[in-house]
Each structure stands twice: as structure tokens, then as C-alpha cells.
Design a protein around this ligand. Sequence first.
Ligand SMILES: Cc1cc2nc3c(=O)[nH]c(=O)nc-3n(C[C@H](O)[C@H](O)[C@H](O)COP(=O)(O)OP(=O)(O)OC[C@H]3O[C@@H](n4cnc5c(N)ncnc54)[C@H](O)[C@@H]3O)c2cc1C
Length: 425
Amino acid sequence: MSPSTNLVSESLPTEVDVLIVGAGLAGLACARLLTLSGINTHIIEASSSVGGRVKTDEMNGFLLDRGFQVLLTSYSELKNQVDLEQLDLRAFKSGSLIRSQDQFHLLSDPIKHPSDLMSTVQARVGSLSDKTKTAILKYRLLNLCPDKCFDGPERTTLSELERLGFSQRFIDTFFRPFLGGVYLEKSLNTSSSLFNYYLRCFSSGETTLPSGGMQRLPELLAQDLEGRVTFNTIATHIDKGKVTVQNGQVVKAREVVLAVDEPAAAKLTKSPVNPFKSSVTAYFSTDYPPSRDPILILNGENDGPVNHVAILSNVCPSYAPEGMHLISVSGVDMNENEIKEFPREALKQLRQWFGPTVENWSYLHTYFIPFALPKHPPQTLPDLKALNLRYDNFVRIGDSTTFGSIQGALLSGRKGAELILEQLD
Ligand SMILES: Cc1cc2nc3c(=O)[nH]c(=O)nc-3n(C[C@H](O)[C@H](O)[C@H](O)COP(=O)(O)OP(=O)(O)OC[C@H]3O[C@@H](n4cnc5c(N)ncnc54)[C@H](O)[C@@H]3O)c2cc1C
């Protein structure tokens, strides 16, 4: 995407009120709220643009998000911190197309798409009881305040699905690939609190893409930060009231905010790295897509490297040049060797799904993100109502302090800013 030239500060200041390390969503949200409150705030960022894990590369007219990512319009922090109109969001059709037993089955949300009711009821993915239970669960969650989703009792998502009485077949054909794509792990060991929260989010809002690519979100947050970001600058030491960068220069600050990813934070604070999950997505182009539906396609067969497929240009035509289509293919729980083979092995599998048309797809790029999301098994989530972000020498924000998501990053950014505003008063 376009370099964030208007944000660039020519020189690093020697002293500011608040110095934020990291221009991902958390750092940007924090900086924006502080700046709007009149606090002299500056960000240093190791890379050459804003966004952290939320970035988009332009390649021959295709918009390639770094990994399959979506914006859930029901995220409260997104609604409160960003003017969503400016993102020109395009929505996925809610529901999914599930590949199972050599066929595709449509599992739609009958409330959002009443005309799909019959095909959803008839889909040979789970029993009528499974579908009824899903509808009842969604209804129950929709009537719950989002914060209550985290009130427990917490167990693994798999135990929760079994406790709720879903059949093993429905869990394997629908929940495992769907939640596997959300959690980036298919054993469904993630906390049931997050299951409640995400199912509520998917049911209450839309799943969308900004027409300019996912990086439009951090760029929008950064609009109020003109001259307040220094790129290509790596923090190497953090002490009380000062940060040293790679060339030895020191910036003094009344408050230092650490808004980096988990591995970088572990290095800077000399603490162990908490466990995290990786992600892999390969992009292909074609002039003849296998479907025109803006819907997520899930692998309900539980074999092969592919977890989910999305024809992004069906959702957002600006993701591909006119007359062309962009297909994203993602895998979950893969090791390094499997990743090397991923595009080729994925195409082999997709040829079985879509037929010989796949042979005409052109390979564009693969993104492997080693640190994509922190792991959140039961009993590891922080108390979101009483976040403890204050450390001896700094305030720590970022998705590792809340939960791995856009909502989690923005929430930590806001809470960090509020904490600092109280202190600086
Ligand atoms: C492939 C993928 C798909 C995802 N899909 C979704 C999704 O669909 N929906 C959703 O809600 N969430 C999704 N997420 C999660 C979401 O993107 C993250 O939780 C969120 O962006 C984290 O933001 P952050 O600001 O906490 O951290 P980051 O984005 O990691 O930002 C940290 C920043 O700190 C900088 N930095 C690191 N070290 C230093 C240093 N020493 N000095 C200076 N700067 C430094 C980094 O360069 C980076 O810019 C996805 C993540 C990935 C990777």
C-alpha cells in the first residue's frame, strides 16, 4: 500500500510526554486517543509502515492482505474508535459453503438470508437438531451483553460444544474448520469464552473487508498522527522514562508504552515468550472463479492442507483488476515443511473440489506469519474489566494483553491511553 508519508517524522524527538513503541492497531489507537487529548505523543515503529499484523500489499493490481483477515462490524472498539463509513466496507454473505462428502453444502443464517432456509435445513452437514441448537445458541448469545460472554465457566471450545450436545459430525464438518480459521487452531482448545464472544460477533454484525484492503484500518487510525510516527526505528532498550533505539539515540518520555507483538516484547523485557499460533495463506488469480458467491468456503472433510477458501473479489471487486478474480486459500496448524509445499498441495486438493479449471489459476504469493495470534486456552484470558497494563518501567498494550484480535488490540490501546491520561492529569 502507499507509504504513510504524511505521518513520517523526519527526526526522532529527544523528549516527549508519551513514547509508544509499535505502530500496530494497539499503538495507533493509544497514540490517537492521547493526541486527541492534547498529549505530546510519538510512535517509533520498526517497519516502514503502520498496521503491524494488519497490512496489505499491492501486486499487479491485486490487494493481498498479509494472511486471511476480516473486519467484524460488531467489534465495539471498532465502532467507537473508527468511522466505518470511511472504510467502504464490503460484506461476506453470512454463513458458509461446506465441502463434505465430495459435495458443497450451504449453511446459511436463515434470519439474515430467509431464502436459504430450505437449503440450510437440507444441507447434509449435521442433523436438524445440530442446526436448531446452533440457532438457539445464537439467539441466547445475541441477548447477552458482549462482556458477559467472558463470565465463564471456562472450558475448551470442544468441551463446550460437546456439553451443548452438538454431534461429533457437526463439530468436525462445521465448527472445526470455521473456528479453526478464527482461532488458527483446529483442536478447539481455545477458551469457550472466546467461542461465545466470536459466535455473538459473527451473529450480530457483518463480516467485511475494506475496499482498499485491510491496511486501510490502521491508515485511518493514523490519520490524526501527522508527524508523530518515526519508521524504520527499532527500540533496543526500555528503561524507566527512556527508550534507546538501534543507533544508540535515546528518547526521554514521562510514559513509555510497549505496543509490540509478543516475541518482540519478550526480547525487550527479557521474559519468556508466551505460546502463539502461526498462519498460512496462498493467493491465486483467475479470470474464471469457481463461484460468484461472496461466501466463505470451508473444508468439512478434515483432510488435506486447505482449511478455508475465499474468493475475495466476489466480496470486494477492488481486490482484483477488472475482469480478474483473487482467491485466498488458508491452512491451519501447519509445520514449516508443510508450508513450503502448501500452494502446490492446496491446488491438488482444490482440483478435486472445483475440477480442471483450477489448473488455469495463477499463483501470486504465500504469506506465512509465524506469530499470528497468541494462544488462549481456558483460564489464561485476563480479566478484561480490570486489565493490569502497568509495569515498573512502562505501560504494556497489544493483543497479548487482552485477546488476539482487532477488538483486543484496539481495546488495549484505549485502556492504555485512559490509564496514562489518569496519571498525567
Ligand atoms: C494472518 C492473520 C489473520 C488475522 N485475522 C484476524 C481477523 O480476521 N480478525 C481479527 O479480529 N483479528 C485478526 N488477526 C489478529 C489481529 O490482526 C491482531 O490481533 C492485531 O492486529 C494485533 O495488533 P497489535 O497492535 O497488538 O500488534 P501488532 O500488529 O503485532 O503490532 C506491533 C508493532 O510493533 C512493531 N515492533 C515490534 N518490535 C518493535 C521494536 N523493537 N521497535 C519498534 N517497533 C516494534 C511491529 O513492527 C508492529 O508494527 C489476524 C492476525 C493475523 C496475523
